[in-house]
Design a protein around this ligand. Structure first.
Ligand SMILES: Cc1ncc(COP(=O)(O)O)c(C=O)c1O
Length: 560
């Protein structure tokens, strides 16, 4: 009975989370497209396109426009669906340095009059000079609206929505775009108000471009023929298929961990690994930049959470020791990632695992962004460092390199696997991986593990290195280590939002990352590469990013 009480408590905790820092992947507000001179008209396509003709025909496109053209009436956005809000990070357990990283900028630029751009063409966003854009659209962040008050819950979003709409109307809300076809490097995207942008896309996952691979498509079709389209229910009942079982076995071989359990998303895998194991009397010690599924999983599991400085094992050890000294009998879960996607950097996992063992703590590592995309056979950073199978627990997802949604938790003991299955709400009470998801992940995994996978990773890295070199040569601050992700620091939100709008208009779609995904005034572009991106794409993208940031700085009155 005790177990079921714990389960009930853990499930109840889902209803009262303190959400933190969800990652924003998608990019896209309304945008016009200006073809880029020198842009290749087509992406090299090793695989025949399988997009149905209806996807391509009759797509409303727009004529090339100059920055100074007035916006067409179709650019006036309709009200949008509001995404869920995140509370600002709980700062109680952050040290001074971390607090500084989260603190509002001391410049107080938000709300100030913008200076007129010096000589030369006026910089326009949707035909409006930047200096005439509403100041509220250039500043602010969702954290300002997170702590809602008042009895009427449905009135609570009003202030947020006013801000959101102002940004949206001004063309400064580059989110919620949709692709109009396969998510390749030249894929057209559409804003919520239906305006199509054609040019380069560095906005999607699919690092190995396997979502258009013929073997992957054939596996999906075969799965439909053999199993239909959906799992039979929760995997704890009859929601598995032979495909999902085989997938678990093959993930296990890839990551060198004996026991794997699959989930319908990477998010639920991360959330479940924590909430299934950690109870309110236990401790969590986590990298301050850990992904939202880990932050929210931690918040749902216990209030005893300490964060350590990003990738800093000295800071981690201090927090682990503190927890152990305070509670010799308590469980301590330490959480980090093999490759942080907003910064493209990695911690020293081997050292952290040793520290965990020393203090009797358990290490959980998220390898979402490097598994499949890096390392021999796609084994990620752990493969590169010859550490496969050496961490206590590993979670990962299929959505980045394996062409479908889904995720997994990998552990070294069957008892841990069974316990996670028994105490994960999203596993117990939600329908399992569809046969299509399982078949696609399996086929993608097999391509990734083959010599063809190594060739795809070589191309991916070639494009990534070219992009980094070009950006750096242009004096842009391109942070982190080579991977499928290239973050370019911008800083203040007003410059970043204007730069992103300009980039869209010039035909480059990439993701603008701002709070809550990163700290306030640490806004950045995040360019995501696929193995189909070429050096030519990378050179063009770097040029557009550079010119857009320069133009935005000028328009926002920045001198540096
Ligand atoms: C580190 C990390 N973990 C987990 C996830 C969630 O994965 P999914 O999108 O497959 O749910 C993400 C998503 O971006 C991520 O970056």
């Amino acid at each position: 009975m005790q177990s079921f009480k714990s389960l009930a408590e853990s499930l109840a905790a889902y209803m009262t989370p303190e959400p933190r820092a969800p990652e924003s992947e998608a990019g896209g507000a309304a945008s016009r497209t200006r073809p880029i001179s020198g842009t290749p008209s087509e992406t090299p396509a090793p695989y025949p396109s399988t997009a149905p003709p209806s996807h391509r025909a009759g797509r409303p496109s727009i004529a090339p426009r100059a920055w100074t053209d007035p916006p067409p009436s179709s650019m006036i956005p309709r009200p949008m669906t509001v995404p869920p809000l995140a509370a600002p990070p709980d700062e109680d357990d952050l040290d001074e340095e971390e607090l500084l990283a989260l603190a509002p900028s001391p410049t107080g630029r938000f709300g100030e009059e913008l200076q007129a751009p010096p000589d030369g063409a006026e910089i326009l966003v949707r035909g409006v000079p930047v200096r005439d854009l509403p100041k509220t659209a250039l500043g602010g962040h969702t954290g300002l609206f997170a702590k809602g008050r008042g009895p009427d819950l449905l009135e609570r979003p009003s202030e947020y929505y006013a801000w959101y709409e102002t940004r949206s109307r001004a063309g400064l809300l580059p989110y919620s775009r949709s692709f109009d076809g396969p998510i390749g490097p030249m894929a057209p995207t559409r804003s919520e108000d239906g305006v199509v942008s054609e040019g380069l896309s560095f906005a999607a996952n699919d690092y190995l471009a396997l979502s258009t691979h013929p073997a992957v498509h054939e596996a999906a079709h075969q799965a439909i023929r053999d199993f239909g389209t959906i799992a039979g229910g929760s995997p704890i009942l009859a929601g598995n298929t032979t495909l999902s079982r085989t997938l678990e076995e093959e993930v296990s071989k890839l990551v060198g961990m004996d026991h794997v359990v699959c989930f319908t998303s990477g998010w639920t895998a991360g959330f479940s690994a924590i909430t299934a194991l950690v109870r309110e009397h236990d401790h969590i010690v986590m990298d301050v930049y850990s992904h939202a599924c880990l932050q929210q999983g931690a918040a749902a599991a216990t209030r005893k959470i300490a964060r350590f400085r990003h990738r800093d094992n000295v800071s981690a050890e201090r927090q682990i020791r503190k927890a152990r000294d305070a509670d010799p009998e308590g469980g301590i879960l330490v959480i980090t990632e093999t490759l942080f996607s907003m910064d493209s950097d990695s911690p020293n996992i081997g050292e952290l695992q040793d520290i965990c063992h020393h203090y009797g703590a358990t290490l959980l590592v998220d390898c979402a962004h490097d598994l499949g995309a890096l390392g021999p056979g796609g084994t990620g950073r752990l493969g590169i460092e010859n550490r496969l199978g050496t961490v206590d627990m590993l979670i990962g997802c299929f959505s980045k390199a394996f062409a479908t949604s889904g995720g997994f938790v990998a552990v070294r003991h069957q008892k841990v696997r069974q316990y996670i299955r028994a105490f994960s709400g999203p596993y117990l009470f939600s329908t399992g991986l569809s046969p299509i998801q399982a078949a696609v992940a399996l086929a993608a995994l097999r391509v990734s593990a083959s010599p063809e996978g190594d060739e795809l990773r070589r191309r991916l890295m070639d494009a990534s290195l070219t992009l980094r070199a070009e950006l750096t040569a242009r004096d842009l601050q391109c942070i982190g280590e080579p991977s499928a992700l290239v973050p370019v620091m911008v800083g203040d939100e007003d410059v970043a939002r204007v730069a992103c709008a300009i980039a869209f208009e010039r035909g480059l779609v990439c993701n603008l990352i701002e709070y809550p995904a990163v700290a306030v005034h640490m806004a950045r572009f995040r360019l995501q590469l696929q193995s189909l991106h070429t050096r030519e794409h990378a050179v063009l993208a770097a040029r557009i990013v550079d010119e857009s940031i320069q133009a935005a700085k000028q328009a926002c009155g920045r001198t540096t």
